[in-house]
Design a protein around this ligand. Structure first.
Ligand code: FAD
Length: 447
């Protein structure tokens, strides 16, 4: 009889867990199933490139069916679990909820944006966590330029041409830098907007940006952004948001129709329905990634509280792809060990390097204690992602996209309705085609 191994979540952690299991166990003795709500793994560090239009959206994802050899992909949504029956509840694409039974379960369900109870935030802010978020943001940005260009009154244009990012971690800083770079290119096509100029702002509650990197590099990144005219407000929080303005702590009111919320992540709600112990909302594990009090359940990545070896286990690992990848590889080997092939080992990885790509050929990085900045760091960051992206075909596509952008610049077409065509009934009714409403801050439908 073959062992049934189920992996819930096919992102960084789940994908590498499946790969490592495929290598560690003979296919005739195991049946590995990965459950994911999309049929690809999103390579999130490339998301800012997709948002800025320098990367084709399909080139920042890894199709799971192509890259996994013997693992069975079950497309569906994990709805909950009953660990005492070794069952995971999965809603299939056909809309049926079924029990998926396992001998070993690995939970790798990632995270969602962490919002706060700030008036107007949920209604008017944009997220920057998924591919639809990234493409919607790009389309929204182009729509704001199109809208501003139609206005005679410069004062009225201000809110359309002001872009605020709240949260200066990876997603906020890289997202803002890439999008500002993109906007600076395409604004040349909008004479009124070009004459007026744009306003970009990064708001951070802590007293510095990018806590993930050394203070001197963060300061370099801040200087670089300020040099591009980006305003940075540290020690500042968002207090209220409407469709047309954001109020910051200290009383400043910023007229804006674009506020992007990148202030942290939390585990998805389904984590609470798995019947597993939690620690600060994440699944509690020991150093080997085994879930506390559950011999055959493991948890990794953003949704797990795996003790961080860099902090001697005093706090959970930070929610980064670097950690999820290493946890995925090791949990595969640990599950195999549990089934008789090898020895279960603790997670020992400590961050060896960090890259922050800021577009325009600028980046900051640390690798093995050495600090890099400017063009060298940018080149290192790109080489790193090129090496880490799974699959040679994907790497080649990435390389081609980067070079095409360097040669031909950006494209300003706004394809928000792609994948959301007008219904045949509406077309034949002869009325005006429905248009996305950009008067609200919320984005148009993603392509
Ligand atoms: C814009 C951005 C830039 C980033 N840049 C970096 C960087 O440069 N370096 C770095 O180390 N980290 C970076 N990160 C963080 C990194 O992406 C995450 O830490 C990493 O993806 C976590 O891996 P994971 O496997 O836990 O989750 P994920 O990779 O998010 O995978 C979770 C998977 O589970 C699926 N899923 C969720 N719920 C369900 C459900 N109920 N049913 C079925 N499937 C479900 C999701 O669709 C997803 O495929 C960045 C993140 C963002 C948003």
């Amino acid at each position: 009889m073959a062992w049934k191994i189920v992996i819930a979540g096919g992102g960084f952690g789940g994908f590498y867990a499946a790969r490592s299991l495929e290598r560690a166990l003979p296919p005739q003795s195991t049946k590995i199933t990965i459950v994911n709500d999309v049929n690809f793994m999103l390579y999130a560090p490339l998301l800012p490139g997709a948002a800025a239009g320098s990367l084709e959206p399909r080139h920042v994802v890894v199709p799971l069916r192509e890259e996994l050899r013997t693992t069975d992909l079950r497309l569906g949504r994990v709805m909950g679990a009953t660990p005492e029956r070794n069952a995971l509840q999965v809603r299939s694409m056909a809309g049926r909820t079924e029990d998926l039974h396992y001998d070993q379960l690995v939970v790798a369900l990632g995270s969602v944006s962490r919002t706060l109870p700030i008036e107007g935030l949920a209604e008017h802010a944009l997220g920057f966590k998924s591919l639809p978020d990234a493409i919607a943001l790009r389309n929204h940005l182009i729509q704001t330029l199109e809208a501003a260009e139609t206005l005679e009154d410069a004062a009225e244009r201000t809110a359309w041409l002001t872009y605020v990012f709240v949260g200066a971690g990876y997603a906020g800083l890289e997202g803002l830098a890439e999008l500002q770079d993109f906007a600076a290119d395409v604004i040349q096509l909008y004479p009124r907007c070009r004459t007026q100029g744009m306003r970009w702002m990064l708001v951070e509650a802590r007293d510095r940006i990018m806590p993930e990197i050394p203070a001197s590099l963060a300061e370099f990144a801040a200087r670089e952004l300020r040099g591009r005219g980006i305003e940075i407000r540290t020690g500042t929080t968002l207090e209220r948001l409407t469709a047309t303005e954001a109020r910051l702590s200290g009383g400043e009111v910023v007229p804006t129709r674009t506020l992007v919320w990148t202030a942290g992540v939390k585990p998805p709600a389904v984590i609470e329905r798995l019947g597993l112990p939690l620690e600060q909302g994440r699944i509690a594990t020991d150093a080997t990634m085994r879930v506390r009090d559950h011999r055959n359940v493991w948890a990794i990545g953003d949704s797990a509280a795996v003790p961080d070896p860099a902090q001697k286990g005093a706090a959970p690992c930070p929610p980064t792809a670097q950690h999820a990848i290493r946890q995925g590889r090791l949990v595969g080997r640990n599950v195999a060990a549990e089934l008789g092939a090898g020895r279960v080992r603790p997670f020992r990885y400590k961050t060896k390097g960090v890259f922050v790509d800021m577009g325009q050929g600028e980046a900051v990085a640390t690798t093995l204690g050495i600090r890099w900045r400017g063009r060298t760091a940018w080149w290192l960051a790109r080489s790193y992602h090129l090496a880490m992206l799974p699959g040679n075909k994907r790497r080649l596509r990435l390389l081609i996209d980067w070079n095409i952008q360097l040669m031909f610049g950006r494209d300003a077409s706004e394809l928000g309705r792609l994948g959301h065509p007008e219904r045949l009934a509406d077309q034949t009714a002869g009325g005006e085609p429905a248009r996305e409403d950009v008067t609200a801050t919320a984005p148009a439908a993603p392509s």
